[in-house]
Design a protein around this ligand. Structure first.
Ligand code: CMC
Length: 432
């Protein structure tokens, strides 16, 4: 029997359908709430608002489950490459060997970068934050792909044509974003800009582009490649969140893919979202330099009059544990061990976790380490500066944003346009 929910207001009762997802999550469909009842809902931060129906990622925050297209992230990290996961997210299934090779080759075809784009990149001052640079460069890519960007914006009902345009825009972005990210890193490190090595796999090439030194033979380090693969897969999608919903909502106005993703990069930048990975390392450094006084900072985090928060802790949806954090914590131990690095901030991070997990405040509020708590420690071990951490998150999230944008466009949802409750002055006249 179809379920429904009854809402009573002003002495009248109205019935609304209840939608059930494939994992039995339920939502009241209030599409007609305003037309039927003259009411809107008020939900700051969209804590209870379903923004779309999606078949990409399933997340069960109570039980710490995260699956892409039905596959658990644990199994994907163990058995698949980031490029395979990218294909899975965007096209819905894991690729066959032939599909993967074609996808990889199509991306390789697009690894050349226009010299004008390089000039734009070079004109950023060294002090520019990498996330600002990447957001701008992604937006600038539109100028080098104008036909395609406007076509996928405007002709998505043309079937094959729109699919082809979408595919080309997808492989272009997947080819160029790692190059732009690597260049940003190389600029910070004072290394000359390089180009893709198309003999390497997707993730190997990212490592090559980021870490190859001039006048030195590049020797691949599998520890680094494997760590990158795990981190990129774990960041690849996370259903609705500040940046992904931004990508969807910007795209819902028929802005193009790159314009939407550029906005997503900006949304990710903030410290409460992807920017937390940089903030965690800065916090751990601060604690280390303050005699490793963990208790002092736990108390500050608990003090409502103090704006300090324990960065890398807490999550809107995970209320038990973040499955990504579990994998990353293990990987951090492994990477530091394999690379022979002894980083005192890993011990500080572990002590914070241990103490917080037995502290009444954190238990009561269900605050656990999230994906950003240990990821920065791995990036640091790989020689990536903290300003670049959120770029690494974005690099992983590109496939998720593309998949979500494509799904939003295919579903023909109306333009995103929330309402508000106005509480400013009522009508008044200018007195003179
Ligand atoms: N340290 C101390 N107290 C916290 C923390 C924290 N990290 N996180 C939440 N709280 C408290 C918060 O003060 C509030 O207390 P009260 O109910 O007394 O007002 C309660 O827990 C609920 O927090 P909230 O801010 O209302 O929850 P939210 O769902 O709006 O925010 C969050 C989620 C992730 C923004 C928040 O937990 C936070 O600020 N964490 C630190 C930043 C961080 O690590 N962000 C990365 C998130 S994971 C990466 C991603 O996918 O974005």
């Amino acid at each position: 029997m179809d379920k429904s929910a009854k809402i009573e207001f002003n002495g009248s009762s109205y019935t609304f359908p209840v939608i059930t997802g494939s994992e039995n999550e339920e939502a009241i469909d209030i599409k007609n709430l305003r037309s039927e009842m003259g009411l809107i809902t008020y939900d700051p931060g969209y804590k209870n608002t379903g923004h779309c129906i999606s078949s990409i990622t399933y997340l069960d925050g109570e039980n710490g489950i995260l699956r892409y297209r039905g596959y658990s992230v644990e199994e994907l990290c163990e058995k698949k490459s980031f490029l395979e996961v990218t294909y899975l997210l965007i096209f819905g299934d894991l690729p066959s060997q032939n599909q993967l090779e074609k996808f990889q080759n199509d991306i390789r075809e697009e690894t050349l970068v226009d010299e004008d784009l390089k000039q734009i990149f070079k004109s950023f001052p060294k002090s520019a934050h990498p996330m600002g640079v990447l957001s701008s460069l992604t937006s600038a890519l539109i100028a080098f792909n104008p036909q395609n960007e406007t076509k996928i914006s405007m002709t998505d009902k043309e079937g094959v044509t729109a699919d082809d345009k979408m595919y080309l825009s997808t492989v272009r972005l997947l080819a160029k974003f790692p190059i732009m990210s690597s260049w940003t890193l190389r600029k910070i490190k004072g290394l000359p800009l390089n180009y893709s090595n198309n003999n390497l796999s997707y993730t190997e090439n990212i490592a090559y582009m980021m870490f190859a030194k001039p006048n030195q033979e590049y020797v691949q380090n599998d520890v680094i490649v494997n760590a990158l693969n795990t981190l990129l897969i774990l960041h690849a999608d996370h259903e609705q969140n500040c940046s992904t919903s931004t990508v969807r909502i910007v795209g819902s106005s028929y802005a193009g893919l790159y314009a939407s993703i550029s906005a997503g990069i900006s949304a990710l930048w903030g410290r409460l979202h992807g920017g937390a990975n940089q903030a965690v390392i800065e916090m751990l450094e601060l604690i280390k330099n303050d005699n490793s006084d963990i208790d002092k900072y736990l108390n500050k985090a608990k003090d409502k009059s103090d704006p300090f928060r324990l960065m890398g802790f807490g999550h809107r949806v995970y209320k038990n544990f973040d499955p990504r954090a579990k994998i990353i914590k293990k990987a951090a131990d492994q990477v530091l061990n394999d690379l022979g690095i002894d980083d005192p901030i890993l011990d500080i991070a572990k002590s914070i976790e241990e103490k917080a997990l037995t502290d009444e405040y954190f238990i009561e509020k269900k605050l656990y380490p999230n994906v950003d708590f240990y990821s920065g420690i791995i990036y640091r071990a790989l020689g990536i500066p903290s300003d670049m951490f959120t770029v690494m998150f974005a690099l992983g999230r590109i496939p998720g944003w593309i998949a979500q944008w494509k799904e939003m466009r295919d579903s023909n949802n109306p333009i995103g346009r929330p309402r508000q409750i106005y509480n400013g002055p009522t009508h008044r006249k200018i007195s003179s």
